[in-house]
Design a protein. Structure first.
Length: 494
């Protein structure tokens, strides 16, 4: 019997077919979504070793350097000795294999036992963490490692980093000992069934469904959906469709939103349906213009690009706090002239204060500041105000001038090509087909902007590459605010 790793057992928990494919056809898996998560996990794991072993007495089992067999054998020796904390200790028993993030020796009752802590980069304990720790502690128990406690350590989002590489308090440790031990017999059954699936010659006949995206988007979706045909306008394109309503519509046998019964749709969903049926856009130009007429000139069009670190990098910041490293600002003057300004800091130092100062300088002190989904810009500006009290009143004044173009677009415009979305990337090509994010070189969305920023500030990035990334970021963010100007002009009737 081959050992099944913890990740394979958890793959079985999501879908037996996923486990089978992981083993027999791993080359079909799309891994692109997991790379960023992997990098975050590595950094969180690194800091966890520092936090749970402040004196540096522990041992790290480096599986890449040692290989599985040696990692398991060294772990067994160190677990028997109990001379200090162990990180990534290899455990194997009953046809299963796992590497424990943190094992802390505990001799409080006179014998050697271990406090098992699984480290997670989320800000709370999720249900799949409970499965994860149940599997891991089961393997430890089966292999004869006595456990004093079983816990999950997740990121404490109330933690503020005060510098100096000191991260005590970054993790919140949640004890799950009782409920986890109670699940060990359940885990034993999962393991038996998972082995049966792994050993069967044919792939299990399981249809795709909601389980393909829970708890994670499965990397085999393209493969499993390869022969399926999907409606041109799936029900999922109906905005804010409550799951119960969706289920009720599906019960009528309808898959395409164009056939959805009107009585099960609200007004905006009915508009989406009508535009999809006719192929014609909806545009209440008069109402859109009247709404925008309430805001005077000049007009500012603002968009931030932000970065959020699970492990805070700069003093005074919290985990996952959205910190602006760039903004783009188009200014439409009363005489109709348009000007573009912006801010971008790729030094790797905290860009926040310089960003705030530049924002204040460029935004003047009157006129609407348009943003798209302005709640985000409002939050970023308010957090800058909290961090820099000397700038707070001027930043708050800018936040008070924010006008959100998104709800205006939602109320007055819809094109069937938007497929139920009013994101700027959905509205722009419908309203202004001459402008396109697809034409941008490199960075084309917010996630790519964050990846470009991380690459640009990395010490190993060459000057040439950094200049290229700078140009890509500049062009991307500029397009975001130019798109807003063009949407505003179209709505205003200019
Ligand atoms: S895509 Fe869905 S059905 Fe296919 S393996 Fe993944 S979870 Fe299972």
């Amino acid at each position: 019997m081959h050992n099944l790793s913890k990740s394979k057992i958890l793959a079985y928990r999501q879908c037996p077919k996923r486990l089978w494919l992981e083993i027999h056809k791993p080359e079909l898996r799309d891994d692109s979504a997991s790379e960023a998560a992997f990098a975050i996990g590595n950094r969180v794991g690194e800091v966890a070793r520092q936090v749970f072993d402040p004196h540096g007495n522990g041992a790290f089992i480096d599986i890449n350097a040692l290989g599985h067999a040696e990692a398991i054998s060294q772990s067994a020796m160190l677990l028997a000795e109990g001379s200090g904390p162990l990180f990534e200790a290899g455990l194997t028993a009953s046809g299963a294999l796992a590497y424990a993030d943190v094992m802390l020796p505990d001799r409080s009752d006179g014998t050697l036992r271990w406090r098992m802590i699984e480290v997670k980069s989320s800000t709370g304990v999720k249900d799949y963490h409970r499965d994860d720790i149940a599997v891991q502690s089961f393997i430890a128990a089966e292999s004869g490692v006595p456990l004093a406690s079983i816990a999950v350590a997740h990121i404490n989002n109330a933690f503020t980093y005060f510098g100096g590489g000191r991260y005590e308090g970054l993790f919140e440790v949640v004890d799950l000992t009782g409920e986890t031990v109670d699940r060990h017999e359940e885990v034993r059954q999962w393991l038996t069934l998972a082995h049966e699936i792994a050993n069967q010659p044919e792939e299990p006949a399981i249809e795709t469904g909601d389980h393909c995206n829970s708890p994670f988007t499965c990397g085999f979706c393209d493969y499993c959906n390869r022969d399926k045909t999907f409606p041109d306008y799936p029900l999922g394109s109906l905005p804010r469709l409550h799951p119960n309503r969706r289920a009720a519509i599906k019960e009528t046998g309808v898959e395409d939103l164009r056939d959805a019964p009107d009585e099960l749709l609200n007004a905006i969903q009915q508009r989406v349906k009508e535009c999809s049926v006719t192929g014609e856009p909806y545009f209440n130009a008069e109402s859109a213009a009247a709404e925008l007429a309430a805001f005077g000139d000049p007009g500012y069009f603002l968009d931030f690009e932000t970065i959020a670190f699970a492990v805070p990098r700069w003093e005074g910041t919290r985990p996952y706090q959205q910190l602006p490293f760039q903004f783009s600002l188009h200014i439409l003057h009363s005489d109709g002239c348009m000007e573009h300004q912006g801010f971008l800091d790729l030094s790797g130092a905290d860009p926040s204060q310089a960003c705030a100062v530049e924002l204040i300088r460029l935004c003047g002190n009157k006129g609407p500041v348009f943003a798209y989904n302005a709640g985000f810009e409002s939050r970023v500006i308010r957090e800058l105000a909290e961090r820099f009290p000397e700038l707070a009143s001027r930043l708050s004044a800018i936040a008070a001038r924010l006008v959100d173009l998104l709800p205006i677009a939602r109320r007055h415009y819809y094109h069937p090509s938007q497929h139920g979305s009013w994101s700027i990337k959905a509205v722009l090509p419908a309203l202004c087909p001459d402008l396109s994010y697809d034409a941008l070189d490199g960075v084309q969305d917010g996630n790519m902007a964050q990846a470009a920023y991380q690459e640009a500030i990395a010490s190993e990035t060459t000057g040439e590459r950094k200049a290229q990334l700078k140009e890509q970021l500049h062009e991307y963010c500029k397009l975001d605010t130019l798109a807003m100007v063009r949407i505003w002009q179209a709505f205003k009737g200019n």
